[in-house]
Design a protein. Structure first.
Length: 243
């Protein structure tokens, strides 16, 4: 017999956050917008043209969720490839052109946002992407109007994930303590940022390993494989908080 979603996600009593849940903070790419596969293919192809041997899958594994300047620094150190100083800017232009054509919603994203609002929870989006990139993605997918004013870019705080600054800024904008925040992420970089911010995290990940910390080791980390699984988790957490 298939276990309920909340049990498969590792939840014992339904509680997600240390304090009553008030705010859900979403990553953009890989959680709301299905842009990471084409973006990683574009980055991988560019790096191979410059002498790298990294496959599309290797680029996805190593660099998913990281800012372009961080990718450039790591590639220079590990691949011994000399990239132009303006490589991040070059890639950004190429990525923006691609996203205008190819950005699409993650399955279940629109319904999941509706559910968060219906439950009376606050929501924010916090991404290493620039505001320009997020505007292109959300306009193409029809979400921009509903998310305008709720978008936070790493450029706003000066330090991208895995620094916690971006998530802390999103929480501060709503006047919510980290202990009442739940982050929805897909990358190890984002999970690290949520943990550093003292926030619980639900990880949307279909494949690959996810290390769940031992009890008491830090904020909770749960795993789901489809966004449809998030609403039951939220409902159960809110019921436990209210009990």
């Amino acid at each position: 017999m298939l276990q309920p979603w909340w049990k498969r996600c590792g939840v014992t009593d339904g509680r997600l956050t240390a304090a009553p849940l008030r705010l859900v903070i979403f990553d953009c790419d890989g959680v709301l917008i299905d842009s990471e596969p084409p973006s990683n293919r574009l980055v991988a192809a560019d790096l191979r043209a410059r002498g790298s041997t990294l496959s599309d899958q290797a680029v996805q594994h190593r660099y998913a969720g990281k800012a372009l300047f961080m990718i450039a620094r790591e590639v220079t150190e590990t691949e011994k490839i000399v990239l132009p100083e303006d490589w991040p800017q070059q890639m950004k232009r190429s990525l923006l052109a691609m996203l205008e054509r190819e950005a699409s919603l993650i399955p279940g994203a629109r319904a999941m946002l509706d559910a968060v609002v219906r439950l009376g929870l606050l929501l924010r989006v916090a991404s290493n992407s620039s505001h320009e990139e997020m505007a292109i993605k959300f306009r193409r997918t029809g979400l921009y109007e509903r998310l305008a004013g709720r978008l936070h870019s790493a450029n706003d705080v000066g330090r991208p994930k895995p620094s916690p600054d971006l998530f802390l800024a999103a929480a501060a904008a709503e006047g919510v303590e980290p202990a009442s925040c739940l982050v929805v992420e897909d990358s190890d970089t984002g999970v690290a940022a949520a943990s550093a911010a003292g926030m619980a995290c639900v990880v949307l990940r279909r494949d690959g390993e996810l290390v769940i910390p031992a009890p008491g080791a830090g904020p909770a980390i749960r795993r789901i494989v489809h966004l449809d699984e998030l609403e039951p988790l939220l409902m159960r957490a809110m019921a436990v908080d209210a009990a």
